[in-house]
Design a protein around this ligand. Sequence first.
Ligand SMILES: [Zn+2]
Length: 210
Amino acid sequence: MTITHHPGDETLAAFAAGTLDEPRSVVVAAHVALCPHCRTTVAAFEQFGGTLVERTVPVASRAGALDEALARLDKAAPLAPAIRQAEPDCPAVLAPYEVGQWRWIGPGVHWRRVEVPESEGTRVFMLKSAPGSSLPHHGHSGVEWTCVLQGAFRHDLGRYGPGDFDEADNTVDDTPFVEEGDVCICLVAMQGTLQLRGWLGRLLQPFVRL
Ligand SMILES: [Zn+2]
């Protein structure tokens, strides 16, 4: 697996500090589980954060800080196996969550909900797109973070294959299309609503309740 697109350092630092909201944390965790480079970076941020805690937290409250740090480590532990064996298209980071049935949302494109508690209008879902398919031209009203689990798509900013992380904000106007070959499966945290454009988008919009 050659991973070329990673979360930014700011994102990895927030992930390591436990300050990212849960929907975005889950998608970053899916990437970190697949990416040795980012695992090293997160470990470094955690160590740095731990040192800061040791230096700045008064002695009286250190027990609590340590408990919190240990709880975070416990939470991070299930990241080790990248893919759950029983469900090859479902990453291990989703093991604690209910995952819905695949539903058709457009030609060659299926969607399923992941029951991560919504935070500030950000929800988690998986997208499965047939080789050669394209998503309708779309924009979104907030951030859209994607980790590719299988297959590959391309849009204006490059090619995104297995393990790649796409950190798009609302300034990006996507027209992604899926490469020939493998079915493309992605884990997505999206804030706000998806706005489909063009004639196909307008046709599909009533059916898409993401
Ligand atoms: Zn990475």
